[in-house]
Structures are given as structure tokens and as C-alpha cells.
Design a protein around this ligand. Structure first.
Ligand code: ANZ
Ligand code: ZN
Length: 842
């Protein structure tokens, strides 16, 4: 038996596979298709353990699908635009493309060393002009449909990344990339109208039965649909009581609380608020609050814990339902960009308003009560607002019954209640309010003030405004000779921006913003279907063949970034008639994190990174792959454990020896299982039982238990090989050796291919062989008849599997004598394997 020499075997097969183009996509329409995709990496250096885990999972799925007869698409490429490349280029005084391509080369080398079965013929980088050209093309299509637009509004500016961020990129109030707190700036920026798709993005989550619940929950929450109403309040004249013609509209989910409006709120950014206080005694305090609020993130402003700050404006609005004036305050917990940017303050029903009212001594009018509240008894028939203050210690946010609420008194109130409905109807009939669905989702801000990205294909002309670059002039290529080291930016680079207007021919200026790199990753999976197309981003035919992605594997950190943007992009392309799919990814697997031995996240700054090369070097890629998949189920975090790697290596060697031993003198052909004896019969049973389990575990993506199942077969084979020579069966030898090789082939590909050829003397590739078939009938063990006793007396006989566990025997015995046990107390059960169960019951 030859020694297991991982390095020699892996080099040999990697070369052969490449020479024979084994992993080139078949494009064979007679086979069912399977599209297996791992989220492509940002080439920031060599691959790390997280990548290795992600790609090993995908590779095991892709290889197994191949063996199960699918035409498999398994591509890989690089998400190559982005800030780190530019920052590295600035630091080392070089070009971002140079740094990027160097890293890509290193990553590809490691991918090849890991033996991943990619169709490299389809590889591309998003910084290739042949790719980003089509991103620009799609931008123009969106522009034509009104889905891309420019607008001036307050945006999040990251002071350390020197660019704006999308809302999705401000995570818990900080820049997703560098952790700095973004500043608000008023800038003219480019947006994609993802809000047009808010309802569909929400509804279609229900179709995604192959997605983890937590990812869907995060998206639902981010989209944030609220059903409520808009209600118009009239601004009162300076006397505070006479209504003027000016309306201020609020968004509320609780129209039922309208009688309890004690004050009215505007955010500090509100131009109306500034107008109302201008030149009054309230102006100074207002300006102070405005300045202080600018320093606080919107997440913090909304936090229920945070102390609220407000100032009075000196003015009032008139409540449309009862004509009562309510003072207008400016409060920092009100946001400019949610709803209408104005709020009706109802302290009795909203905790934030309650806290605010307490702090500033404002009315707390109880207009909704629970039935067991003493106030309910007192006010249940009261239609006029008599009581305007209560000594509650918190707001009544639950459901209750309206009191002091005119003709609506007595109705059930709360979110979506009959009172909400009745009051909206009343307002609607008078043109004072209307139903309104509000989303939290905002349009996607895509312009970035950075060089290394896809240029926005627009030109600004002083006469014609924003004019699209004509299609036949695409791509707008990124210059590759900026002096980044000296701090030069696209906005300062004359040869890039100086141009003429495509409409009027006068001198004009190119837009110097580039697109968020998440635009590049929003459709790369479509390009893989048809990567060399130079007439279109892809053909519909190719996309129809391969889409949707059957298995998508990647990190949970993309739950509301990449995974939401891609869903949006897919729907836009569908509406452009370019594809037929509504959703891009059928099954999503979010792999857990790889942490260090102590459970800390691996990071360069902590110095606890285990590079894949440190494992591949001494043990080989197959051991590494086996260890990664065996340590934990794919979706769970795991702590990197050197002992697990050594353990995986011991198993791979053991299995190697077992397969070699079995292969000597092995014979092909159907196993005559009836003739098998003792450990041979047991091995055959284990093979079928564990083979079925292994197959099912593969289908569920539970590779760790799939590997355990193979381990059981290896153990049974070892017992068999150590048994008397006369139990050996040459056909069984072959069958078991072959199946062990096949079942580990998706995980340890080089190991398997070597054994397939050298030990089993088979030709072709193990990946072109069918996945082995197993038979549940043949997995059943022998049965034995046992006695069932109650307190030592035989009361019945049952048959159970010879290898049934104590629990299984006990359950079967109890069921057999259930009638005799009725009303008795079971004190103890004695089980004698293969003979009897004695139930001690009194
Ligand atoms: C009156 C009211 C009474 C409210 C009550 C709640 C309870 P969701 O569910 O998140 O959509 N609101 C509206 N616009 C706001 C803004 N720009 N900034 C801060 N808060 C705003 O929340 C809707 C509720 O949030 C609205 O319903 C409004 O307060 C507040 F017993 O109106 B409510
Ligand atoms: Zn930043």
C-alpha cells in the first residue's frame, strides 16, 4: 500500500483536471441544471479562513451535484473595485489596478491549490471594462425609466473614507467599512429608486422558502412597512387659535389617538420650524438645538433610552377633529426623512411623547384606557376632553378603549383597530386625512466621491442639464494614470472630466462620481451565465438556462446590503424585459464565522489569523477541506482547532489504507448479499444505512454528519478486514471501497481521484461517475424475538431489530403490554439485549 502523499497527489490531479478542462461547464441541455455560487471575494490580499470555508462548502455542493447527474455551473470571479485598493495605492504610490491584480493572482493561486472546481473560463473581475461597461449600460436603462435620479439632500458622509455612504452602509450609526461616525452633509447625489420596489421586495420574501429566517427577518425590518394615515393640521395664525390656509401633514399609525394630541412636533432640520421662529424670542434656543442635533446620528436620535430635547416655537396648529390648538415644538427625536417629517404628539399613547411631555410639563390627556383602569370607569361615557393630565408613570401603548373622544368614545383602539378605521374614515369624508402606507426603506444612494469604481455615465451641461453618455460611447473608461499618491482625484483630473455635451455640443463636464461597488455585485451572477457576450450584458437564453442560482453561499453580513440590492436589481432587469426571474437566489446558506481557538474573531489587528497556507502546507488541501466541513455544521460559527485538523488528517489516512486494503483482489459485480456472513453482512448493512444518511445529509448541506456517516462505514470495514478470512467477499470489497471513495469525493477530491484510478483501477474521473445508490431494505438488520416480562413473568413476545437500542426495546415492550400496565407505576425497566425486557411495575 503506497503511503498517502498529499502534496504529490494534489499537484498531480490539479494539473490533470486543468489539462482535461474537467470543470468546464458542460452546457448540456439534456441534463438538469444546477447553479452553485459562492459570494465572490473582494481581492484585499490572500484568501483567509472565512473564504476557505465559504468555497469549500460550495465546492462540496458543486461536486456532489455533478455526480448526481446535474449540468453544473460553478463560477468564480472578483469584486474588484473598492476603497482598500485605492487607499493601498495612495499609500504605496502606485495604481489601484496594480494592487488589485496582484491580489487577484494570489487568490486564484490559493483557490487552485485548494482544488476548487471552478469553471475559470468564466472568471472576470468587476474592474474589467468589458464587465463594467454593462453596469453603465444598466444605469442608463434605469435613468431612462426614471429609476436613476439625482437629488440634493442631507446624506451620510464618512470623514475618513472621504465619501458618502448609503443608508444600508451606516451600521449602528457607524461607517460599515471603517467604523467612523458619519457626518450629515447636504449634497447633490445620485440615487436608484429601490423604494419603487419596496412592496414587492417585502412580499416576495415569502417565496424564499430556501432562505434562513433571520435574513428574511432582517430584510423585512429594513424595508419597514407601516400602515397608517396622513392627517392634515392647519397652522394657526399668530394669535394661536385662528386657522390659516397652511396645512402641516403628519404620518401616524395611531389615528385613533387624535383626540389626545397635546402638542405637535417638527424636527430641528425642518425649514418650516426655522421659518416659524425667525426673528422671535424662540430663535436662539431653536438654533442651539439644531446645532446640537447635527452631531447625533439618526439611530441615536430615535433610541428610546436617549434623553429628549425640545424647544417651543411660539406657534400652534389646530387639531382637525376637535378644533383644539396644540403648541408646535421642535424635538430631536423627530426625523426629517421619515413619514412627512412632522408628528402629532400623543403622550398618553406613545412613550417617547410621554417622556417629552413629562420633561417639558406638557398635557397628558388620557384618551385611551384599559378596562381594568379606574380611569376607564370614570371616563368611559365622557365625550368631551375634561381630564388633561394623569399621574401615570408610562404611556398606555397597549390596546384599550377610547374615552373623551367625541363620537368615537367606547370604540376599541390600538394599532389597526376599529377606532383607527373609523377616524380615518371620518377624516377622509372631510378631506382632512387619508390612509397611507409608509416604508422605512430609502432610495439607494449610489454615488461615491472615489476613484476606484465604475464611473457614472452622465455628463453635466450648463444648457441641457444632466445628459446620458450615448450608448455607443460606453464604457466611460476609468483613467489608469491618476497621481493617487499625490492625492489626485477624478474630480481634479481634467482629461477625464472635460468633454462636450452629447446634445448641444458645447463644452460640458463629465460626472466624476463613481458607483457604489454594490452595484457591480448586484448582477455578476447573471454575467457568469454568459460571460463573453460583447453585444449585451448577457443573453436571455443563457440566463434562462442557468438562473436562478440554486445554491448561494456567503456571509450573513450581507443580509441587507448585497442580498437586498441584488433582489432589487433582478426585479429591475425583469421589468426591462431582460430576464424572466423575480428572484435571483433560490437557496441561501449563510456560513458561520471562523474564530480562533479562544473563540475570538480572526483579524489582522488581533494577530490571530490562521492563514489557509499554514494548514495546506503540512497536511494538504484535502485534510483542510475535510477539517473545515467536519468541525461544525456550515451555518454555525466554529473555533479553529489545530487538533481537529490533525484528527481529519488521521481519518483521511485511515480511510486511504482501508480503501487500498479492500481494493486488493476486489471484484466488480453485484454483491450477493444473502451469502454474506457476520461482519460482512454487518458491513453491507452499514454501507446501505449510512449511505442513505450521507446522501440525505449532503442534500441538507450538513456535511459534518455526512462525514460521520462515512466514518461509520470505514469503521465497519475495518472490523470486517480484521475478521476471519472466510467472511471476505471480493465484490463486497469493491463495492465498499468504491462507495467510500465516491462519498468523500466532493470533500477530498484529490484523495478520491487518486484512489479511484490507482486503487480501484477505474478510468475517466470519479466526478463523471454517478453518486452511489443505496437500498433502505438492505439497511435493515436481522430481527430477533424477545420476551416481555412484567415483574419477571412473561406477558408477551415481540420482534425487534437485533441491534435495537435499549430505548427502542423498552418502547416496543411497553407498547406490547400497554393494557396490562394501565394504572400501574413503572419503577424500573431491565433490558437484556437480544433476549428480554422486564418491566417492574406496581
Ligand atoms: C401618533 C401616535 C400616537 C403615534 C401613539 C404612535 C403612538 P412606525 O410604526 O415606525 O411607522 N412618527 C411619524 N413620523 C415620525 C418621524 N419623522 N420621526 C419620529 N417619529 C415619527 O411609527 C409611526 C409612528 O412614529 C407615528 O405614529 C408617529 O407617532 C411617529 F399613541 O403618531 B405616532
Ligand atoms: Zn468610512
Amino acid at each position: 500500500i503506497p503511503a498517502y502523499d498529499a502534496e504529490a497527489i494534489e499537484t498531480k490531479w490539479q494539473k490533470t483536471w486543468a489539462d482535461e478542462e474537467l470543470y468546464k461547464t458542460d452546457e448540456d441541455p439534456s441534463k438538469p441544471k444546477k447553479y452553485v455560487l459562492e459570494m465572490f471575494p473582494y481581492p484585499s490580499g490572500d484568501l483567509h479562513m472565512g473564504h476557505a470555508r465559504n468555497y469549500t462548502i460550495g465546492d462540496a455542493m458543486a461536486r456532489q451535484a455533478r455526480m448526481r447527474g446535474y449540468d453544473v455551473l460553478h463560477p468564480m470571479g472578483f469584486d474588484a473595485f473598492g476603497l482598500p485598493a485605492e487607499n493601498a495605492a495612495i499609500k504605496h504610490n502606485t495604481q489601484a489596478s496594480v494592487w488589485t491584480h496582484k491580489n487577484i493572482a494570489q487568490a486564484v493561486k490559493t483557490m487552485k491549490r485548494m482544488g476548487f472546481s471552478y469553471d475559470y473560463d468564466r472568471t472576470f473581475n468587476t474592474c474589467d471594462p468589458e464587465y463594467y461597461k454593462w453596469g453603465q449600460w444598466m444605469f442608463l436603462k434605469m435613468w431612462e425609466k426614471g429609476l436613476a435620479y439625482r437629488s440634493t439632500s442631507p446624506v451620510n458622509w464618512c470623514p475618513s473614507c472621504n465619501t458618502v455612504l448609503a443608508n444600508e452602509q451606516v451600521v449602528e450609526g457607524r461607517c460599515w467599512r471603517c467604523g467612523s461616525v458619519p457626518e450629515k452633509r447636504e449634497l447633490s447625489q445620485w440615487y436608484l429608486k429601490i423604494t419603487d420596489y419596496a412592496q414587492e421586495l417585502l412580499d416576495d420574501l415569502d417565496k424564499l422558502t430556501g432562505w434562513p429566517e433571520n435574513v428574511k427577518a432582517q430584510q423585512r425590518n429594513w424595508i419597514g412597512r407601516s400602515e397608517g394615515a396622513e392627517i392634515d393640521f392647519a397652522l394657526a395664525a399668530e394669535d394661536g387659535v385662528t386657522p390659516t390656509d397652511r396645512k402641516i401633514t403628519v404620518f401616524t399609525t395611531r389615528a385613533d389617538t387624535l383626540f389626545g394630541v397635546s402638542f405637535f412636533l417638527l424636527p430641528p432640520e425642518s425649514p418650516l420650524a426655522a421659518e416659524l421662529v425667525a426673528g422671535t424670542e424662540y430663535e436662539v434656543a431653536f438654533n442651539e438645538l439644531k446645532a446640537a442635533t447635527e452631531k447625533v446620528s439618526s439611530v441615536d436620535r430615535q433610541g428610546s433610552e436617549r434623553e429628549k430635547h425640545g424647544v417651543f416655537t411660539g406657534r400652534y396648529v389646530i387639531n382637525p377633529i376637535n378644533g383644539r390648538p396644540a403648541p408646535i415644538w421642535v424635538a430631536d427625536y423627530v426625523l426629517m426623512d421619515y413619514g412627512t417629517g412632522a408628528v402629532m404628539g400623543v403622550p398618553c399613547g406613545d412613550q417617547r411623547d410621554f417622556d417629552f411631555a413629562k420633561k417639558y410639563g406638557l398635557e397628558i390627556a388620557p384618551i385611551i384606557c384599559e378596562k381594568d383602569d379606574p380611569l376607564y370607569e370614570q371616563l368611559k361615557d365622557e365625550k368631551e376632553l375634561k381630564v388633561t393630565s394623569v399621574d401615570w408613570d408610562h404611556a398606555m401603548e397597549a390596546e384599550g378603549y377610547l374615552v373623551q373622544s367625541g363620537e368615537f368614545t367606547g370604540l376599541k383602539g390600538g394599532k389597526h383597530s376599529e377606532a383607527v378605521e373609523a377616524i380615518i374614515k371620518w377624516l377622509g369624508e372631510r378631506g382632512l386625512g387619508r390612509e397611507k402606507v409608509q416604508f422605512r426603506l430609502r432610495d439607494w444612494l449610489i454615488s461615491r466621491q472615489r476613484y476606484w469604481g465604475n464611473p457614472i455615465p452622465m455628463i453635466h451641461c450648463d444648457c441641457c442639464g444632466d445628459v446620458p453618455v450615448p450608448y455607443d460611447q460606453l464604457p466611460v473608461t476609468l483613467p489608469d494614470n491618476l497621481d493617487l499618491g499625490a492625492g489626485e482625484t477624478l474630480a481634479e483630473y481634467v482629461p477625464f472630466y472635460e468633454t462636450t455635451c452629447p446634445k448641444c455640443g458645447k463644452p460640458a463636464k463629465r460626472i466624476t462620481d463613481t458607483m457604489d461597488t454594490f452595484t457591480c455585485s448586484s448582477w455578476y451572477y447573471l454575467r457568469y451565465c454568459d460571460p463573453h457576450n460583447d453585444e449585451a450584458p448577457f443573453s436571455k437564453e443563457a440566463v434562462n438556462r442557468w438562473m436562478p442560482v440554486d445554491n448561494y453561499i456567503g456571509g450573513i453580513e450581507h443580509a441587507i446590503l448585497h442580498l437586498l440590492y441584488s433582489r432589487f436589481w433582478t426585479k429591475v432587469l425583469r421589468d426591462l424585459g431582460m430576464i424572466d426571474e423575480d428572484e435571483p437566489f433560490t437557496n441561501l446558506l449563510c456560513q458561520g464565522m471562523v474564530k480562533d481557538e479562544n473563540g475570538d474573531v480572526m483579524s489582522k489587528s488581533k494577530g490571530n489569523v490562521v492563514p489557509p497556507s499554514s494548514v495546506i502546507g503540512p497536511y494538504g488541501a484535502d485534510t483542510m477541506r475535510l477539517a473545515i466541513l467536519f468541525i461544525a455544521p456550515p451555518e454555525k460559527d466554529f473555533d479553529w482547532d489545530p487538533k481537529a485538523v490533525a484528527g481529519a488528517n488521521r481519518f483521511i489516512k485511515r480511510a486511504w489504507n482501508i480503501v487500498w486494503q479492500l481494493s486488493q483482489g476486489a471484484e466488480t459485480g453485484e454483491v450477493d448479499h444473502k451469502a454474506l456472513k457476520g461482519s460482512a453482512a454487518e458491513l453491507f448493512r452499514t454501507l446501505n444505512g449510512m449511505g442513505i444518511k450521507c446522501t440525505a445529509d449532503f442534500d441538507r448541506g450538513q456535511f459534518n454528519t455526512a462525514i460521520s456517516a462515512v466514518m461509520e462505514i470505514v469503521n465497519a470495514a475495518s472490523k470486517y478486514l480484521n475478521d476471519e478470512a472466510d467472511v471476505r467477499d471480493a465484490r463486497l470489497d469493491f463495492r465498499v471501497a468504491n462507495d467510500i471513495v465516491a462519498m468523500l469525493a466532493p470533500i477530498c477530491p484529490h484523495w478520491a481521484e487518486e484512489l479511484y484510478h490507482e486503487a480501484l483501477h477505474l478510468t475517466g474521473s470519479v466526478y463523471n461517475q454517478p453518486w452511489p445508490a443505496f437500498d433502505a431494505e438492505l439497511a435493515k438488520g436481522d430481527e430477533v424475538e424477545i420476551a416481555v416480562q412484567i415483574k419477571g413473568k412473561v406477558r408477551g413476545r415481540i420482534t425487534v431489530a437485533a441491534d435495537a437500542s435499549d430505548d427502542e426495546m423498552t418502547e416496543a415492550a411497553k407498547a406490547a403490554v400497554a393494557d396490562q400496565l394501565e394504572g400501574k407505576d413503572i419503577k424500573k425497566v431491565i433490558v437484556v439485549k437480544g433476549r428480554l425486557v422486564n418491566i417492574v411495575a406496581i
